[in-house]
Design a protein around this ligand. Structure first.
Ligand SMILES: Nc1ncnc2c1ncn2[C@@H]1O[C@H](COP(=O)(O)OP(=O)(O)OP(=O)(O)O)[C@@H](O)[C@H]1O
Ligand SMILES: [Mg+2]
Length: 366
């Protein structure tokens, strides 16, 4: 790391529209040198556009891109310290693995001996030592993906931009490749900016995650931050399996607020949030932090409670999701480990009660 104070990537006020579509709407983001940074969000949110603006493939309407402190806004992709890994494998089908990996070095007119050495080193790094003579069609999807990575890494740029690099892989392979990507990034130590709409993938690889939706950066933080302490309602909805309930703020205390849902009042810790009485507000609680009991049962770990009607159980392998309907019709999910001792059977239509410890809830003012 040359100068850890200067971010590898700094984006200021980026705006990009395609016709009437506002793909990026004033995005600011700062990515540290050597950081594994993930852009996570729903389809159409602007992730690819942001990545392509950083790489120089798209010119923004407004805003700046600084890479290692230098304004690169006017530079084309090949004059930037970035290299991009595209979603499709995009290997040259008629070239061997080694020739694919060495392609960029041949363009730079390096000596063949140097190219061969670096190609071998890269293939070793991505776990494909000895595969140089194979043709792309003789490789599995995961192996092709690794060749693509090797082909990008061999260029020795400081910032690797990856757009949905694992999207074409099946779920198991995706998990393995996630761990490999993480290991690879730790080994080479350069900055990775990785786009995905897959939450588990994001949480596996990321040092930090930025939630991108509607052309905006909603919030950024570690995987734990966005999962356990989402600030925005959108993040709570998008990450994990949160129950988000909304109402009116009826009382604001130093440490907690009270939200009136119309069919019950709930206390929520206020944290650092600025809250004012009389305005709409919501809160979220992760489904696995909730208790579910018959209406006359005794809650053991909960200080907050609501009455509801049992709807159904959805079996998900490790988990069972119990669906409960609240008096206003909102469905709430209570997730339990399958086979756990507390998994009592409930009947559809049975009166139940849900509860949670106050500190499990997060307040969202927007
Ligand atoms: N070249 C283009 N011309 C017109 N509209 C575009 C173009 N590229 C992107 N858009 C629009 O900009 C918005 C953001 O697109 P973008 O590809 O950045 O989303 P994304 O977050 O990468 O989505 P996905 O997860 O589906 O890949 C979308 O509404 C998209 O239709
Ligand atoms: Mg995309």
């Amino acid at each position: 790391m040359s100068n850890s104070k200067i971010p590898a990537v700094e984006v200021q006020g980026l705006t990009k529209s395609f016709g009437s579509v506002l793909a990026l709407d004033g995005v600011d983001v700062s990515i540290g040198e050597g950081e594994y940074f993930v852009l996570l969000g729903p389809s159409g949110g602007g992730k690819t556009t942001l990545l392509r603006v950083i790489g120089g493939f798209i010119r923004p309407n407004a805003g700046k891109v600084l890479l290692h402190g230098h304004d690169v806004s006017a530079l084309p992709p090949d004059k930037r310290p970035t290299t991009m890994v595209f979603q499709s494998y995009a290997l040259f089908p008629h070239m061997s693995v080694a020739r694919n990996v060495g392609y960029g070095l041949r363009i730079k007119r390096l000596a063949s001996k140097d190219i061969a050495e670096r190609v071998d080193a890269m293939l070793e790094l991505v776990g494909l030592a000895g595969y140089g003579a194979r043709m792309p069609h003789e490789l599995s999807g995961g192996q092709q993906q690794r060749v693509q990575l090797a082909r990008s890494l061999v260029l020795d740029r400081d910032i690797l931009l990856l757009d949905e690099p694992l999207a074409a892989l099946d779920a198991n392979l995706r998990k393995d490749m996630c761990l490999e990507l993480k290991r690879l990034q730790e080994t080479v130590g350069i900055t990775f900016v990785h786009v995905t709409h897959n939450q588990e993938e994001a949480m596996t690889v990321a040092d930090r995650i930025a939630i991108i939706a509607d052309g905006k950066l909603i919030e950024a933080g570690t995987a734990r931050d966005v999962y356990e302490r989402p600030v925005k309602r959108f993040t709570a909805d998008f990450v994990g399996e949160n129950n988000v309930l909304g109402g009116t703020l009826v009382a604001v205390d130093k440490s907690k607020v009270t939200i009136d849902l119309g069919f019950g009042r709930i206390d929520v810790p206020v944290g650092d949030t600025v809250a004012t009485e009389g305005v709409p507000a919501s809160f979220s609680i992760r489904s696995e932090l909730m208790e579910l009991l018959p209406a006359d049962g005794k809650l053991t770990n909960s200080t907050q409670t609501l009455n509801g009607t049992y709807r159904e159980a959805v079996y998900l392998g490790i988990f069972i999701s119990h669906v409960v309907t609240l008096p206003d019709g909102t469905a709430v999910i209570v997730r339990k480990i399958s086979g756990g001792t507390e998994n009592r059977r409930f009947e559809r239509g049975e009166a139940v009660k849900i509860g949670w410890e106050m500190t499990a809830a997060r307040l969202h003012m927007s």
